[in-house]
Write a protein that binds this ligand. Structure first.
Ligand SMILES: CC(C)(COP(=O)(O)OP(=O)(O)OC[C@H]1O[C@@H](n2cnc3c(N)ncnc32)[C@H](O)[C@@H]1OP(=O)(O)O)[C@@H](O)C(=O)NCCC(=O)NCCS
Length: 201
């Protein structure tokens, strides 16, 4: 088993470390631009600008950063061996694809024929129904649920417990507030809240 470096030693990075242990990783380290010493007993070995020096062919990398734009910046800047992590308790349907760098957390369900892009976060207990299309750098927060044939554009963040009705398209660069219910297509980037979801003034 390769070594794993988790970039970001905050809360999201911690959940990824747990996911990684359950995937069999034993040699785990963090890189972080602020924290030093250790995180959950794993060493913090340096900062983000040192990533390339550890890209030795025997090291895997994953981004432990919740902010979509920051994840994109780092993923595009450093050409290292980004890997995806799927928690063993997640349910992945037939003909599902999950892009490199994407993390799928405990209890998430991704149903048949869904396609998930690169460096996405499919957080704890999320439901991604059949035939969904998620572009890169999407974050689905814990408990979010997407009905069948939903499309989510790049860099969109769906808040905790939010629901997107089946056959809906949400464009890129949106924030869907916690608990919102999206029942109409969203074509303009922005923040949407409430039931039904409306653009935040
Ligand atoms: C929608 C959101 C981005 C707005 O954040 P914000 O711009 O900082 O907004 P504020 O907290 O200042 O709230 C502004 C107003 O919107 C309301 N509001 C905020 N979030 C709301 C939500 N999700 N649903 C309904 N109303 C909301 C607030 O009550 C407040 O109303 P008021 O002016 O009448 O008091 C944020 O509240 C949210 O839901 N983020 C998602 C967080 C999440 O899911 N994190 C998971 C991480 S794993």
């Amino acid at each position: 088993m390769n070594r794993l470096i988790i970039v970001g030693a905050g809360g999201h990075g911690k959940v990824i470390a747990d996911n990684a242990v359950k995937n069999g990783y034993r040699d785990i380290s963090f890189a972080d631009d602020r924290a030093t010493e250790t995180c959950m007993g794993f060493p913090i070995i340096g900062t983000t600008d040192g990533l390339l020096q550890w890209n030795d062919g025997a090291t895997d990398f994953v981004l432990g950063i919740g902010n979509n734009a920051v994840r994109k910046d780092i993923a595009q800047k450093y050409n290292v061996n980004w890997v995806s992590l799927i928690h063993p308790s997640a349910q992945i349907g037939l003909h599902v694809s999950v892009g490199k760098g994407t993390v799928v957390m405990a209890g998430a369900v991704i149903n048949a024929c869904a396609r998930v892009g690169e460096h996405c976060i499919i957080n704890t207990g999320v439901i991604v129904e059949h035939d969904n299309r998620l572009e890169d750098y999407v974050h689905l927060s814990p408990g979010a649920a997407l009905g069948g044939t939903v499309r989510i554009g790049a860099l969109t963040h769906v808040g905790i417990g939010a629901v997107v009705r089946n056959n809906i398209t949400v464009c890129g660069g949106c924030t869907i507030g916690a608990g919102a219910v999206v029942v109409r297509d969203i074509h303009d980037s922005g923040t949407y809240i409430g039931v039904p979801a409306r653009r935040m003034k």
